[in-house]
Ligand binder design. Structure first.
Ligand code: 5GP
Ligand code: MN
Length: 338
């Protein structure tokens, strides 16, 4: 973001505007946290703001300040489309291409509003007038903090904004343990705590709300875990039948893929989750060091993301998808053995 972009945006925000804030489909803690932080900031500046999420988000995020004001596009298509049509400004947060919003893509493409993209995923599309993209930053929430800093408006960060930003930084860094966590991340977090983010309570609200079913599903997943030791790879599968047996709800499988990476020597981990209704297998990929799972997901599974965390999909059956995955691995033998 250039100095002139920042001065344009300051100008744009200097008078009350109709604004829409959009996270990606299947929003996670960073998408919801950054969207709600922006929401609180813009409301306090006198704007008329709506957060429109493409679809629902996990239960463990249903306590974040302002979350009950989020409009779910999928279940309010008409009202949401009207808001998008009327908007003068649209913030798109935590995604790099409009198709990542699912059915909101067309209304967003057709919207007349000035678009501002803030995101940390690789290779952003060029759909926004103002683009703040930085793939080295751990989370969009940290970027929103820096964005407010660039607007010379850090004093406006109140406890609600601090709480929202803390959530996304915490969830996208695996509680500050991934390589993307920097000294700057910790300085930002320290400032957010000073501004009222109740760190221990936030951690507890997000992570200490497991159901018995969720832990049993985790047990099934760990039981299904397979290791390919010579290629330093581990993968997990969950069938629709297994999900149903444990009354799966959104968010229940979040983070399970990381167990594969926790095995000594494993550098590449995957999880394959069957979604019968959509007719797809949803894939999450994680890696250590410089094994590039963004590239892997783009090349083989119609997806993308970051170097160490990406996702994609397959239209084949669960077992065919796993067979394909295992058969591709040897092509990466050199990188996996490095
Ligand atoms: P997760 O595995 O947690 O769903 O996603 C990991 C990362 O990959 C996230 O940053 C997410 O935005 C990205 N990602 C997940 N699924 C897809 C996909 O289908 N396409 C693209 N381009 N990125 C994805
Ligand atoms: Mn993110």
């Amino acid at each position: 973001m250039t100095k002139s972009d920042i001065s344009d945006i300051k100008q744009l925000l200097s008078k009350p505007k109709q604004i829409v804030v959009v996270p990606h489909k299947n929003p996670d803690g960073d998408a919801i946290g950054s969207s709600l932080a922006m929401y609180h900031y813009l409301i306090a500046k006198g704007h008329d703001v709506s957060v429109i999420a493409p679809n629902d988000y996990p239960e463990f995020l249903k306590w974040i300040p302002g979350e009950s004001d989020i409009i779910i596009f999928e279940s309010n298509v008409k009202a949401a489309k009207d808001l998008i049509d009327k908007a003068e400004l649209i913030f798109t947060l935590d995604f790099n291409a409009l198709h990542r919003t699912g059915d909101m893509e067309i209304p967003l493409v057709e919207a007349k509003a000035t678009k501002i993209l803030i995101d940390h995923h690789q290779q952003p599309d060029n759909y926004a007038k103002y683009i703040y993209s930085d793939v080295t930053i751990c989370s969009t929430c940290q970027m929103v903090y820096h964005f407010l800093e660039m607007l010379d408006d850090k004093p406006s960060i109140d406890s609600k904004i601090a709480t929202c930003l803390y959530v996304g930084i915490m969830t996208d860094t695996g509680s500050f343990r991934f390589a993307s966590t920097t000294a700057t991340t910790h300085r930002v977090i320290a400032d957010l705590i000073d501004k009222g983010a109740a760190n221990a309570d936030i951690h507890s609200s997000v992570y200490d709300n497991n159901s018995h079913d969720r832990l049993q599903l985790l047990g099934v997943a760990l039981n299904n875990l397979r290791v390919v030791p010579e290629l330093h790879t581990a993968y997990i599968s969950l069938s629709q039948r297994e999900l149903n047996k444990h009354n799966f709800t959104k968010g229940d499988t979040e983070g399970i893929v990381n167990y594969g990476l926790s095995i000594k020597g494993v550098k590449f981990a995957a999880i394959f989750i069957e979604h019968k209704q959509e007719g797809i297998i949803k894939i999450s990929l994680r890696s250590k060091d410089n094994f590039d799972v963004n590239e892997f997901a783009r090349e083989h599974f119609d997806g993308g993301g970051h170097i160490n965390a990406s996702g994609g999909r397959s239209n084949h059956s669960l077992s065919e998808t796993i067979t394909k995955f295992v058969s591709i691995l040897p092509q990466y033998s050199k990188a996996l053995k490095e």
